[in-house]
Design a protein around this ligand. Structure first.
Ligand code: ADP
Length: 388
């Protein structure tokens, strides 16, 4: 009996052992599977986070560079590579190896020691002036230890160019205003000093004062027009404009001027109808015809005509047989205050803004301007305007 009970207990114990082992290994298996899936989930999350981070960094307009604590590149985003025209892998390189800009090394040293975001401007060497603004800051961990450095690069070139254009414009305007103004002042002072007692001299001086006052007036009008056109404040009153009739109108206004130089005005414009602002197109044609008379030759001939282009637009041309424009000036004549011959333009009462206004008005109509010329063979100005 005792023996039988002993065998039974042994069998029960063995059963319990196998049951427990089976259960334990199942538990272990489940645990391992869970661990494995959690690890895979973690890996996936980390891959996803990295992909998200890359997309985020690559969508930035600013160039971004992350350096590790040894000043080696850890990450460079797409904008950074584009900014410097780099294609090769940058990871592991120093900033000087990657960019060859020594002065950035000094900025890095400062960023590591100073507890603030540094702001720095650099001019890139090489062809075509380029400016960058660089912000640099140290990256620290929770314990306050330096982990690396972050650098953000903004392209300042466009802003710098605009700033320089604005400065040049202000300098040009001041100069243009000062010239007639100082002449007016000078003549007024001479008149007050006694010249007014000689009627002949006084008359001559007063005429010069009047001429310069008119020039100032013209300049201010042109400046206001340019400013309205550039700021987009000027709206076009689009309507059908009969171009041949418009050319006749412009010719009749400038007839006296043409006669003084014995210039023949020829209207070869077909009966085209444009879709444009009649007053603004009048301004464009008047400027071009006025220039052709002013800068064309005495006893010359001036022709205005037009063609239709493949896209249906109308191309108007104003052709003279004067001295023409040198090749290097062909594009520049449309810039504000650019003159091929400064003295000649001033003698003719020019403001240097006429062609710039022409360009703006034509562009506002969705058209284009250009000029063709050979020295000594005259100049032809073209502009396009939509047909009705
Ligand atoms: P401006 O007030 O000096 O006439 P514009 O902007 O109208 O200013 O013209 C710019 C410059 O282009 C002129 O100063 C002149 O040197 C040149 N130019 C314009 N039209 C002609 C032309 N038909 N023939 C030769 N030169 C011209």
């Amino acid at each position: 009996m005792w023996f039988f009970l002993f065998i039974l207990a042994l069998a029960a114990l063995a059963g319990l052992h196998f049951w427990w082992r089976a259960k334990f290994s199942a538990l272990q298996g489940r645990h391992a599977a869970e661990l494995d899936s959690s690890q895979r989930r973690q890996q996936q999350n980390s891959v996803d986070a990295q992909a998200q981070q890359k997309t985020l960094f690559d969508s930035m307009l600013e160039g971004l560079l992350l350096l590790d604590r040894n000043r080696k590149i850890h990450l460079a985003n797409r904008a950074f590579k584009n900014l410097f025209g780099l294609k090769a892998e940058l990871r592991g390189k120093t900033i000087v190896e990657a960019l060859r800009i020594q002065e950035l090394d000094g900025l890095l040293q400062r960023a590591e020691t100073e507890q603030q975001v540094l702001d720095y401007e650099i001019k890139l060497p090489g062809l075509g002036e380029r400016w960058l603004q660089v912000n640099a800051a140290a990256i620290t961990n929770a314990a306050g230890e330096r982990e690396g450095t972050i650098l953000v690069f903004h392209d300042l070139t466009r802003l710098k160019r605009l700033e320089r254009q604005r400065e040049e414009f202000v300098a040009n305007v001041s100069h243009e205003l000062r010239t007639p103004l100082s002449l007016i002042k000078g003549y007024v002072e001479t008149l007050l000093d006694g010249a007014r007692n000689n009627p002949e001299v006084a008359e001559r001086f007063l005429k010069t004062i009047e001429r310069n006052a008119n020039r100032l007036d013209l300049l201010i009008q042109d400046l206001l027009t340019i400013s309205a056109l550039e700021s987009g404040r000027m709206t076009l009153d689009l309507q059908p404009v009969r171009l041949r009739a418009l050319v006749d109108k412009v010719f009749s206004h400038l007839q006296t001027k043409a006669e003084i130089k014995n210039v023949v005005l020829v209207n070869e414009m077909p009966e085209f109808t444009a879709n444009g602002d009649a007053n603004r197109l009048d301004q464009v044609l008047s400027n071009l015809v006025d220039n052709a008379i002013k800068y064309g030759r005495t006893d010359g001939c001036l022709v205005v005509g037009g063609n239709t282009l493949a896209d249906g637009a109308i191309e108007v041309f104003v052709r003279d047989d004067g001295p023409g424009i040198p090749p290097e000036a062909l594009d520049r004549v449309f810039e504000r205050f650019y003159r091929v011959d400064k003295a000649r333009s001033r003698d003719q009462g020019g403001t240097g803004l006429g062609l710039s206004i022409v360009k703006h008005i034509v562009q506002a109509h969705g058209g284009e301007v250009r000029c063709e010329s050979e020295l000594g063979q005259g100049a032809t100005f073209f502009f396009t305007v939509p047909a009705k």
